[in-house]
Design a protein around this ligand. Structure first.
Ligand SMILES: [Fe+2]
Ligand SMILES: [Fe+2]
Length: 190
């Protein structure tokens, strides 16, 4: 799978967690919020790490324009990491924690949208041949090293199983995804 499709799958997996977090907050389910927050931190840490170690260095060489969006992306990653640290340093479930979680979610939503609308289209047109597929393989290897689930862990599930998980995990856009996209997006551990 190409690098952009894989990274977009990560974004949608996290968007699902955000949605579930917000629902848990509306229902005042603090334990559920705490559980989802841990998953959000884990997913964001893996995702920013593979972008920084593998995707950003490979794409910023393509053009000055892409390099500018990568530089902005790196700054936004730093903001997200700082917010994660802050969330982890205050009492889980407190009003301050909820406020920090809200800012983290808003900031990551903005960052992911910007990558998808500004950075990824430029990257897609800059790469030729199987360049993006190879970059996708490198991202998967990095994920594996970090102990995170990869596409291969979910690809053998049936379309029905994948669709059920995608629905439970509140994955946005799931009805339009094919088998491979669903397998890349769902978290097979749950
Ligand atoms: Fe990013
Ligand atoms: Fe991203």
């Amino acid at each position: 799978m190409d690098a952009i499709t894989l990274l977009t799958a990560d974004h949608n997996r996290v968007r699902g967690l955000f949605k579930r977090f917000q629902t848990a907050e509306e229902k005042d389910k603090t334990e559920e919020m705490a559980k989802l927050a841990e998953l959000i931190f884990e997913q964001l840490t893996v995702h920013t790490s593979i972008e920084e170690s593998t995707f950003y260095p490979a794409v910023k060489k393509q053009s000055d324009d892409i390099k500018d969006t990568v530089d902005e992306g790196l700054e936004e990653h730093m903001v997200a990491k700082r917010l994660i640290d802050e969330c982890q340093s205050v009492e889980t479930g407190s009003d301050q924690w909820k406020a920090k979680m809200k800012v983290l979610i808003e900031s990551v939503e903005h960052h992911a949208d910007e990558e998808e609308t500004e950075m990824f289209p430029k990257v897609r047109s800059a790469f030729q041949g199987d360049g993006l597929e190879r970059l996708g393989q490198a991202l998967e290897q990095e994920k594996k090293k970090l102990g995170a689930p990869v596409l291969a862990d979910a690809i053998d599930l049936t379309k029905e199983e994948l669709a059920a998980k995608a629905s439970e995990q509140e994955i946005p856009g799931r009805s339009k995804m094919d088998h491979e996209q669903l397998a890349a997006t769902v978290d097979p551990r749950f």
